[in-house]
Design a protein around this ligand. Structure first.
Ligand code: RAM
Length: 921
């Protein structure tokens, strides 16, 4: 009996997990501008997407119909009063542009979709989805920017280690009538928390997203209908410094100057619609009150937060609070020209980590090991007397004496302080700081803290994990895990270089190719689309693109290799997500930058400028940060020219895509000249290698299509030779060379060497880091021995194209550039000796793609899933067509599997959507 119940239960679980079988396709995951039910967007013709779910094979959408209605009732009655697309004959299920009535501010849009498939099936209507528009016209904002442009006696705004208390704002109001709907629009710089009647609104932290503040500031939108009440209401806002009020004032501390925008400020507007249809707005203005004398006595992203619970102000964001000691606010200057709706997701507490050990190293000094280097903060539990003060400090490593190793944090003080109010068990976590750490030092704790006294909060952008990946190789699995933790830890509304020291900047070069690898693991689409806007906003009037964006450090070095990320990532978003908008949006600015670099630095078609070289290539001795050996370095004009050429090929593609036809020929012609000059200058015709024959030089010549066809083999041979002999089968590149290393090795037939690099555990390698205790990726190959001045334990740049290679080559899941966004997929798993099994999945915009293969007793078994409305070219490793079966039967051309050709040890098939089980003996 029990068995039967379990079986029944299991089949029910299976049914729901696999989705309905049967014939009707189901529609799910409706998205508006790639978000689920977004509020307050300011795109007036947003793009709509849906996922078709069906376990049938070869499901292709033939037509769709979208309804958009201004009320839920209308939608339920199948009335598209805003837009009825009618039946559109099209297979487009991603990025269908809204083409209905013009949308005004604050409009509710309820929508649903149905589709017809090529085999004549009709789906039902999808579940309803929603979006709303924000404040679209500047005049919609009646609210004013408010703040206090001065410091208080207890603050130290000019100290190099700036210390500023959080600012608390409040306003009481009485709605006149019964409320039907209320929407809050808010921006608070650097960071805000919004409260209504004592409740925090939303689950975001460290909001809003960081921007080039003097150009563009984000606001967030919330539905607060349920938070308002009859009678008196109160709004409260807390402001922290974030990146608006600088973390370092000019002074003794050696840093590039941290950009300073001003004192914290905010704007807030609550738009109310009453049941009778009339409206009202509660807005920030000079009737609000402010204090900086609350419990957050200091906050600084580098140095930490200090919270004095004895200064709490119970009820401060509720009606009836006595704010007699609070000050009137000042009306202050608006921060930037544009106040726009934030589309990329805010940061959230995404995970928790429990401590694995706690040790009392010295009397009263406790060291917690969280077991994982991660980014965020800790939640503290403590019981003690009023005024007791607990101090928390954070580090990635320990010293030999088990105390924190803090040398690599440079000037960051990373110290959170909690002063107890003495009121039973107190719980606290900071709001306006974050740390990158594995170890926590606790001092001042009343009594002995146990393991559960602190708990880690993992904090990063609220984005879906889209990838899973595991193999039969332990080193690869560990490195993947380290990459996963490093990547999630370095999303802070912008991709940062590191999360722990006095830097944490959006360095462009670190992500040029990394972003592609990351995009398999996380849905980072909107974050990177936003970052491209940061980059454009930071472009100088002359056209220079900085190395860091937003420019919290202003570094305009006129480099090629770092700003190249601007174009490379726009291209990635197109290929991975099928989103051409970034290319369209930034085309003019990209072109301007290319022209600027050419005018200023191109001589005889050689781009002479480079700033960082092949940054952080493995140095010759263990304590060095950078190599001093000229034979290991790749020349700057070589890198500059190779990158310029590659970017010209991208510009040519972008020009075609955007219809800038006149530009196409110009980019192509310039490209041809650059290529000739490049080969004349850098190709050693006798030796058959480039520049000084570093693997990096030869890699780019091949990767970027610069090498004449008849020379490719020789050039590639030099990469192999150097890697195997001079570098003894180890990596020789820094972050630049690593961008194409694994893919060039594999593409030219030496996937075995790529595999060797990926599984090495001796220096230098990713495995070496793991072997030496890394649970993230280091900034330096020799991160355990190098000078601490530049030696972060959590930097993702050295991953290069490793994660891309994991997914595209080991799992064999790759977007086909012929139909971007995985509308067409190339499935081609690399076979190398020693690797017997890979299981991976990637959730594309069309739905999950899976690849699970295993080699056993000479048989290759491969299960794949191809989402509905896509198709794939599938490469099954086999010596001949006859050796391949699908679903245990010979392949006859039926069942949706069509043989195309034999190609380099693979039998190649075309398949439609569905699940397939291939085997080859
Ligand atoms: C370091 C950063 C970053 C790198 C630059 C050039 O300070 O950490 O990773 O891009 O230098």
């Amino acid at each position: 009996m029990l068995k039967r119940i379990i079986l029944l239960f299991l089949s029910a679980v299976l049914f729901f997990a696999c989705g309905p079988s049967g014939k009707d396709p189901a529609l799910a995951r409706l998205r508006c501008e790639f978000r689920e039910n977004p509020l307050g967007i300011d795109i007036t013709q947003p793009r709509l997407s849906w996922e078709i779910q069906s376990s049938d094979r070869g499901v292709v959408q033939q037509a769709y119909q979208v309804l958009v209605a201004s009320t839920r009732e209308a939608l339920d009655n199948d009335e598209g009063d805003l837009w009825n697309s009618d039946k559109v004959m099209s297979d487009q299920s991603v990025n269908v542009r809204y083409a209905g009535k013009p949308l005004g501010s604050g409009t509710d849009c309820y929508w649903k979709v149905k589709v017809w498939t090529a085999d004549g099936l009709e789906s039902g209507w999808s579940q309803p989805a929603y979006w709303s528009t924000g404040l679209l016209q500047p005049g919609d904002w009646q609210a004013k920017w408010i703040g206090l442009d001065s410091a208080f006696a207890w603050e130290r705004p000019d100290d190099p280690y700036t210390r500023l208390a959080a600012r608390y704002f409040r306003k009481e109001f009485q709605p006149e009538k019964k409320i039907k709907k209320a929407t809050a629009y808010i921006s608070g710089l650097g960071l805000y928390e919004l409260y209504i009647n004592g409740n925090k609104i939303g689950d975001q932290v460290l909001a809003p997203g960081p921007t080039e503040y003097n150009k563009r500031v984000f606001y967030n939108t919330f539905d607060v209908t349920d938070q308002l009440q009859e009678g008196s209401n109160a709004i409260g806002v807390i402001l922290g410094n974030g990146r608006y009020f600088h973390m370092r004032a000019p002074g003794k501390i050696r840093l590039p100057q941290v950009t300073h925008y001003g004192y914290p400020k905010m704007i807030c507007q609550v738009n109310i619609t009453y049941e009778d249809g009339s409206t009202a707005s509660i807005v920030s203005d000079n009737s609000w009150k402010v204090t900086a004398n609350g419990p957050i006595v200091a906050n600084n992203e580098y140095d930490g937060e200090a919270y004095d619970a004895t200064k709490e102000m119970p009820g401060w964001s509720q009606p009836g609070f006595n704010a007699a000691t609070w000050l009137p606010v000042q009306l202050v200057e608006k921060p930037g020209e544009l106040l726009v709706a934030q589309l990329n997701r805010n940061i959230k507490v995404m995970d928790t980590v429990k401590a694995v050990s706690v040790k009392e190293i010295k009397p009263g000094l406790f060291i917690y090991d969280m077991g994982q280097n991660f980014v965020g903060w800790v939640h503290l539990k403590v019981k003690g007397a009023k005024g007791d003060t607990v101090k928390l400090r954070f580090a990635e490593r320990l010293q030999d004496d088990s105390t924190l190793y803090m040398d690599n944090l440079r000037s960051a003080r990373v110290t959170d302080v909690y002063t107890l109010k003495g009121d039973g068990t107190e719980e606290w976590e900071p709001r306006f700081t974050y740390h990158g750490f594995r170890y926590v030092e606790v001092t001042g704790y009343p009594g002995k803290p146990d393991l559960s006294a602190i708990e880690g909060r993992v904090v990063y952008d609220d984005m879906e994990t889209t990838g899973e990946f595991t193999t039969s190789n332990k080193v690869i699995n560990q490195v993947y895990k380290n990459a996963y933790w490093g990547i999630r830890g370095n999303y802070r509304g912008m991709p940062t270089d590191c999360p722990q020291r006095d830097e944490r900047m959006g360095w462009l070069g670190d992500r040029a190719v990394g972003a592609r690898g990351e995009s398999f693991i996380f849905n980072n689409h909107l974050l990177y689309a936003k970052w491209l806007q940061d980059i454009e906003d930071a472009q100088s009037p002359e056209g220079s693109v900085p190395d860091v964006a937003p420019t919290y450090w202003k570094i305009y070095s006129d480099n090629m290799t770092w700003p190249a990320a601007y174009l490379i990532i726009a291209n990635l978003l197109y290929e991975q997500y099928g989103d051409d908008q970034p290319i369209r949006k930034h085309y003019a600015s990209m072109k301007k930058w290319m022209q600027y670099m050419k005018d200023k630095y191109m001589k005889d078609y050689i781009l002479t400028k480079d700033t960082y070289g092949d940054w952080c290539m493995p140095p010759e001795s263990p304590e060095l940060i950078h190599s001093k050996d000229p034979a290991r370095k790749t020349a700057g004009d070589f890198l500059g020219t190779a990158f310029y050429y590659h970017l010209l090929t991208l510009m040519e593609r972008f020009a075609t895509l955007t219809g800038n036809t006149a530009d196409v020929a110009a980019f192509r012609e310039l490209g041809a000249n650059v290529k000739t000059a490049f080969n004349n200058k850098f190709l050693d015709k006798q030796g058959g290698y480039y520049a000084n024959n570093t693997p990096t030089a030869n890699i780019f010549s091949l990767a970027y299509g610069l090498t004449p066809a008849d020379r490719e083999d020789t050039v590639f041979h030099h990469i192999v030779n150097k890697t195997l002999n001079d570098y003894k089968g180890h990596i020789s590149t820094g972050l630049v060379g690593a961008e194409w290393l694994m893919r060039v090795l594999t593409g030219y037939g030496r996937g075995d060497i790529a595999y060797q690099l990926a599984t090495n555990t001796t220096y230098p390698s990713w495995g070496y880091m793991a072997e030496h205790g890394a649970t993230t990726i280091w900034e330096l190959w020799n991160g355990n021995t190098a000078d601490p001045a530049m030696n972060s334990g959590n930097h993702v740049m050295l991953l290069g194209d490793l994660v891309v290679w994991y997914y595209e080559n080991l799992a064999g899941i790759k977007p086909d550039p012929a139909a971007p966004g995985f509308k067409k997929i190339i499935m081609k798993p690399l076979q190398v000796k020693g690797l017997d099994k890979v299981e991976a999945s990637y959730r594309s915009v069309y739905g999950p793609i899976r690849s699970a293969w295993e080699k056993q007793d000479g048989t290759f078994n491969w299960h794949i899933t191809i989402p509905a409305n896509t198709s794939a070219t599938v490469y099954v490793p086999a010596a001949s067509e006859q050796q391949v079966k699908e679903g245990n039967a010979a392949i006859s051309g039926e069942n949706g599997v069509k043989f195309l050709k034999m190609d380099g040890g693979y039998a190649v098939y075309e398949v439609g959507s569905g699940e397939y089980s291939f085997s080859a003996t």
